[in-house]
Design a protein around this ligand. Structure first.
Ligand code: MN
Length: 532
């Protein structure tokens, strides 16, 4: 593999201006490829929070969704385009559908800088069985799609879906057509996670050598993790001359997921000797964004996950601990602080006032709470501080996350539980439904069952409870409980989370969160599984 390929000539990009040869554009698709995978759907408020966090992390492009897929997708792209500044906002569209491109262009209209991302399959398998199109038709649609997209923005990206399994000569012709019709970013996805690092390096080197105009565009990698090679393939793509990487926080995405943003960025930083490229990512914010996503989607990363897993910087063995205390470099290739780990700090107690609480929320990244939510969060903090001697950052995060979740339709008000061991439990549950207070009573096999029965009575639904799990937010018997509930209705999944010092209340809050999501989801059409 030729290393001459490092020397990408300078050119002017419509969104980034002059791009130096060592600069890697970080294209985050957490809200598109990530969000469309089962169990990871987010509502509008959650997507806006993630978009703000991604912008402040320093990503260059946010792929905010697939506007034609549903009204919900259109609205979230449009709202992100309206609110999230300092970053390119991107919407996905099929090359062959004028409707897709118009929807993307319209949804992106409020953006400071916008990109339309067109795509079509180019592999023999996809063209024959999925698209049922001849190669010449695919070539025509590439040109038509990009030409239409250029009516809305100069920043157009084109993707060869299943690009890594596309025949070389045809891929060259497609890329040439995409460049001629105005694409300034050319993405070659390994859609099915089949490629090896050598394949990816070779594909980009080949395209840059053979395709006329290749020196006037940025090549982009989009690697899936079906063989656990997503990050390795992404780094190899950079060696082949790609200068944009498509990735997601925590590596979420279709099937086994996408290459993880935090792993790519820290590999580039830690092994700058091998990969002499730079990004604009503020690495100290990586952990915070990872946790925000985990909280919103109710999926924690595994403990041994690189960079952001609970054990990523834990040294359990005595020999390792001894080494780290003498010199951290003995067993640490990067510092925990460089990606945002800090010691869990004692924050506040029951004497802390509103100003101190607001200060704390600001340092934790919750600087955009409206007054009502701030007041509700403050009240709950005071209640917690009355029960719990030591209030940690994690407690405040759990509590505020609970407060900012979507409770538009149903809100928890109060719960009275009567339990005697060996007898059915009785609950009296008070809810606010569209601002009207309602009370329900129910019995059940234990307080959680009784409380869930009360919710089923108040909101008759067919959904099955698939998962119910409780974890402690911090250590100690006075710790808050964080509950996750997953409901399934007609093949649609929703996850809800709740946090409270009372385990049963935490469970009820989680169930209500899931119900609120379910009612939104009932009105949302399922996006077609057309993605790159
Ligand atoms: Mn993908």
């Amino acid at each position: 593999m030729s290393h001459h390929s490092h020397h990408t000539p300078r050119f002017t990009h419509p969104s980034f201006g002059t791009v130096t040869p060592d600069r890697v554009i970080i294209f985050d698709t957490t809200l598109r490829d990530g969000e469309q995978s089962p169990g990871f759907s987010m509502n509008l408020a959650e997507k806006l929070r993630m978009a703000e966090a991604l912008a402040s992390l320093g990503v260059d492009v946010i792929e905010a969704g697939f506007p034609v897929a549903s009204k919900g997708d259109f609205d979230s792209v449009s709202q992100i385009a309206h609110h999230t500044k300092g970053v390119v906002i991107c919407g996905l569209a099929r090359s062959g559908s004028a409707k897709d491109i118009t929807a993307a262009g319209e949804a992106l209209a409020p953006a400071e800088r916008k990109r339309i991302h067109t795509f079509i399959s180019t592999s023999p398998l996809h063209m024959k069985y999925k698209l049922r199109m001849e190669p010449h038709t695919v070539l025509e649609l590439i040109t038509a799609g990009n030409t239409a997209a250029r009516h809305f923005t100069d920043d157009v990206e084109w993707s060869a879906e299943d690009g890594s399994r596309t025949e070389e000569d045809f891929l060259c012709r497609c890329v040439e057509a995409a460049i001629r019709s105005g694409a300034t970013t050319i993405n070659i996805p390994d859609t099915v996670g089949y490629a090896t690092p050598d394949d990816m390096e070779q594909i980009f080197a080949m395209l840059r050598e053979r395709v006329p105009g290749a020196d006037r565009v940025i090549f982009s990698a989009h690697n899936h993790n079906d063989l656990g090679l997503g990050v390795a393939n992404t780094l190899a793509s950079l060696r082949g001359g790609a200068r944009q990487v498509e990735c997601t926080i925590n590596g979420i995405g279709e099937r086994a997921g996408n290459a993880a943003l935090e792993e790519i960025v820290m590999a580039l930083r830690t092994r700058h000797d091998c990969y002499p490229y730079v990004t604009n990512i503020h690495t100290q914010k990586l952990l915070k964004v990872s946790r925000m996503l985990a909280t919103i989607t109710s999926f924690d990363v595994q403990p041994n996950k690189a960079i952001v897993g609970r054990n990523a910087f834990a040294h359990e063995s005595g020999i390792h601990q001894d080494g780290v205390m003498k010199n951290a470099a003995t067993y640490e290739i990067m510092t925990p602080e460089s990606v945002g780990w800090t010691r869990s700090s004692l924050v506040m107690g029951k004497h802390s006032g509103r100003a101190a609480f607001r200060d704390k929320l600001n340092t934790l990244g919750y600087d955009t709470l409206d007054e009502t939510r701030f007041n509700d969060a403050f009240t709950r903090f005071k209640d917690l501080a009355d029960h719990k001697k030591l209030v940690y950052d994690e407690d405040i995060i759990a509590l505020v996350d609970d407060e900012v979740r979507n409770h538009d339709h149903i809100r928890f008000v109060s719960l009275r539980v009567n339990t005697v061991s060996g007898q059915p439990s009785h609950v009296q549950l008070t809810l606010s439904i569209d601002q009207h207070t309602t009370e329900v009573t129910a019995t059940g096999n234990g307080p959680v069952d009784a409380a869930f029965n009360a919710l089923r009575q108040a909101f008759p639904h067919e959904a099955q409870l698939l998962l119910f799990s409780v974890a402690a937010v911090t250590e100690g018997t006075d710790a808050q409980a964080r509950t996750t509930v997953r409901l399934e209705e007609a093949d649609k999944f929703v996850d809800g989370q709740g946090a409270d010092a009372d385990t049963v209340v935490s469970a009820v809050r989680a169930y209500i969160h899931a119900l609120n999501k379910l009612f939104i989801k009932r009105t949302r059409t399922k996006p077609e599984a057309l993605h790159s």
